[in-house]
Design a protein around this ligand. Structure first.
Ligand code: SAM
Length: 420
């Protein structure tokens, strides 16, 4: 963990938690949204909510009145959740009054009556005296002076069969960010408007080969002042490698369920699948496969994942292609994926893309027979019904291989509620 001064007033503070609070009062992040109409439109599609729920719980229907905690909600995340899950009760906590007041404005504007806001630190979440079915904590725990204490506090507020969606920074892809943080410390750069303008111009003038260039071009808002401050002048910021992440969640009483987008971590996907080491990589246990692929990709800037309590009943990754249970899964296309039918590679009938993937090699070409299987995926039929209807020979091995590939590439999720 690193700690650095932000402004003279905050640099004299002894408590890094106070520094973080002061930082977010003057630099609320992400940039507040004034309008949630686009989100409202997107979630009119019931498949979108169903898909998000299946990412967390492939073997469970979401309870209509479930309780969701947004921990470190920032400026807009809690309002978005309250809008898209009108049947759920949302509690949101944050230490920054500036961020909460943006959320309050959205709450008023959209009449969100299922949302309760609290100015409260994650470390004190127990004082709510509530247990949640779902906890969302993205972009926060890596800013806590003691991330273990934060994660343990959240774990204590999670129902036994609940799910957590967490995002924390990844070490290797942020190498350039940490170099520039060090640079800012050397110069004593402060987080005021003038300094941030000069810092933005400095970053803009760096060579495209500088390690920060890729991270800056991928982050949509890097040029915006509060985003720049968040990335380069934050008083508390740490990152995790895949092995560190596994060790962290295990010692905090959780078990790893899945990556929110898994294809970037899998040796079976993209360019890594045709590298000479692919079979050796695939023979490792999954956590080591993912650790190795993180090293090969080299540019991951964050880890976005789902975790359960370690005393939860059942498998932490219930989707399996062993045995015959997979035949009763109901696949559902992820609504944010694309099917491209122009400028195709030779022999391809379409190319499938998950827009959340940061790596172009994860685009998946499919042939005509596979296209027929894809067309039959409607969120209602089981894999068995789809394969029987779409292929003349109903070659189960080929069918399994293809639906498994669609799943690995984050193009579908499975409703496995019938296979419990
Ligand atoms: C980078 S923003 C992320 C906001 C939101 N989760 C999102 O993904 O849009 C981090 C937020 O965490 C809040 N935060 C930082 N430390 C916290 C703590 N100990 N307890 C609660 N909130 C905290 C900050 O005030 C800030 O609003």
């Amino acid at each position: 963990m690193r700690a650095a001064s932000v402004e003279e007033t905050t640099s004299r503070r002894a408590d890094p938690g106070d520094e973080v609070r002061a930082f977010y009062e003057s630099h609320p992040y992400p940039a507040p949204l004034a309008n949630l109409d686009r989100h409202r439109e997107l979630y009119r599609n019931p498949d979108r909510r169903r898909a998000v729920s299946l990412l967390l719980w492939p073997t469970r229907q979401p309870a209509p009145n479930r309780k969701i905690l947004i921990a470190g909600c920032g400026t807009s995340q809690a309002a978005i959740h309250a809008m898209r899950e009108p049947d759920a009760r949302i509690a949101a906590i944050d230490i920054s009054e500036a961020s909460l007041s943006h959320t309050r404005e959205l709450q008023r504007k959209y009449g969100l009556r299922n949302l309760d806001l609290h100015r409260l630190a994650i470390e004190d979440v127990g004082s709510l005296g509530e247990v949640f079915d779902e906890i969302v904590c993205t972009g926060v725990l890596h800013h806590l002076p003691d991330p273990d204490l934060g994660l343990r506090s959240l774990r204590a507020a999670l129902a036994q069969d609940g799910a957590m969606h967490i995002m924390v920074y990844a070490t290797y892809g942020r190498a350039g960010v940490y170099m520039m943080q060090e640079y800012c410390r050397l110069l004593g750069v402060r987080a005021n408007d003038e300094e941030l303008r000069a810092l933005g111009a400095t970053i803009g003038a760096l060579s495209p080969d500088h390690p920060i260039a890729a991270a800056a071009s991928r982050a949509k808002d890097f040029r915006q002042a509060d985003a720049l401050a968040d990335a380069l002048l934050h008083p508390v910021d740490r990152a995790y490698t895949v092995p560190q992440l596994h060790a962290w969640i295990e010692r905090c009483g959780l078990s790893f369920a899945r990556w929110y987008e898994q294809a970037p971590y899998l040796p079976q996907c993209g360019a890594i699948a045709s590298m000479p080491h692919a079979p050796r990589l695939a023979s490792l246990p999954p956590p080591l496969q993912h650790a190795a692929v993180e090293l090969l990709r080299g540019t991951m800037t964050k880890h976005d994942f789902v975790a359960y309590r370690d005393d939860r009943a059942g498998e932490s990754q219930p989707i399996s292609f062993e045995g015959e249970g997979w035949l009763s899964y109901v696949p559902l296309r992820l609504p944010w994926t694309l099917c491209v039918r122009e400028r195709l590679p030779a022999g391809a009938s379409a190319v499938l893309i998950n827009r959340a993937h940061p790596y172009p090699d994860l685009a998946l070409p499919i042939n005509q027979a596979q296209d027929r299987v894809l067309a039959a995926i409607d969120g209602k039929r089981t894999v068995s019904e789809i394969l029987r209807g779409a292929t003349e020979t109903a070659d189960l091995d080929q069918g399994r291989e293809f639906v498994e590939r669609l799943w690995r590439y984050d193009l579908i999720v499975f409703d496995a509620t019938a296979s419990r």
